[in-house]
Ligand binder design. Sequence first.
Ligand code: BG6
Length: 493
Amino acid sequence: MTTQHASATPDLPLDMIIFGGTGDLSFRKLLPALYMAHLHCNLPPDTRILTIGRKPWSREEYISEFMETKAKPFIEKKAFDAAAWDKFLALFEYVRMDVDSVEDYQRLKEVSREGVRRVFYLATSPDLFTNICENLSAAGLVDENSRVVLEKPLGHDLASAQEINTAVGKHFSEAQIYRIDHYLGKETVQNLMVLRFGNAIFGPLWQAPYIKRVQITVAEEVGVGSRAGFYDKTGALRDMVQNHLLQLLCIVAMEPPVSLDPDAVRDEKLKVLRSLRPMTPEDIARDTVRGQYTAGAVNGEPVKGYLEEDNVPANSRAETFVALRAHINNWRWANVPFYLRTGKRLQKKVSEIVIEFSELPFSIIPSGGRNYGNRLVIQLQPEESIQLQMLAKEPGSGMHMLPVNLNLDLQQAFTERRAEAYERLLIDVIRGRLTHFMRRDELEAAWAWAEPILDGWAKSGDKPRGYTAGTFGPAASTALMARENAVWAEESQ
Ligand code: BG6
């Protein structure tokens, strides 16, 4: 699939139109990110932000009830500037709308300007995407300068994703569609491409048999919080694995793209997704673990179990943890297992990729009975760091080796401000840069691989395994690794 790119258009005035303008994502991420973009002069000079919600608020009420009360606390204290904030608030209009009511779009049309670039940010449930796009188009709000941003998860399976993509595609060309996965906006994720394709030393080693295993972990301390309505229908596989973890896997595993052009990068990621070995029911039973947290303690604080959280049905089977072993059927990665793991209410917040290189075929230097392999640990969160575990001589008279880390602390190396993922991606949308957004075929290939796992779990009739909040998930996750005498990264420290 190639994307027909609109020729570079000069910076037009911008109407940023946010559906879901009174929702969680807006106050936690989007509005603070837009404020930062405004503070650093990254919004076009003539920008307006139109937020859409169902609440019967006036503009002033929206500002006081939502912007001041909910969004402002999510702005980093040291970045807050009262004068810049006031100017930022002046960009806002609040439009009360029922997104299913055709007439309400006329109201939006009256507020939005002609001859500007309209960016529609759909921060709503994906069930609404089709109607919103149809209604926008019928109201004459979509033109060749418009762009639409679709939040994840896009659909709940392959068929629903295809349906949404087709429906949205009737009104927006592929070059106008920005399917967001905020992990692609993280500095360290973008840095992973530089690490791989900017450093010649890794090239020859970045494949089987020099790499033995890859681990990708996105562990969170938080629980479901106030999002049970969304999360209980979604679960960790749809919320995190189908998108964030598979995108990380793609960047680790893809071939060097011919350039950084959006399609060049997305073509290579697509090839990885298409090479993922489909999971049979036997693979699912053997190579996947799903869990659900029970009451425990995180950071010394007692926390509820998932089933006790507000708005979670008593018999919920939603998984809050997934660990699985995936394989990529191509020459570079044949027989190299990729272990993916994510969960809520785990022991600590950490997102990292661990590349485990193969061990020495034979060691002439004693290492206390252990055969250490080199490891490259790319930590995305909470710290941005890259460590290469090497073997060094233990000081002393004998010859004995122990692992030590070559440590690249990116926060120390570069002291400049790092934009948050949403800020960076919103600026990409405004400037028309598609490289860090998912193309339709890529997203559908990810669903095609993930969906049989969901079906397999549903057919098995098994419940997710309980795990105590504050641990690293069910024992079966440790056992998944132990089968090949391996351990998850935190257990090897
Ligand atoms: C979102 C998920 O996409 O990513 C959330 O919907 C999750 O459930 C969040 O908490 C994690 O993002 P980050 O940037 O905090 O790792």
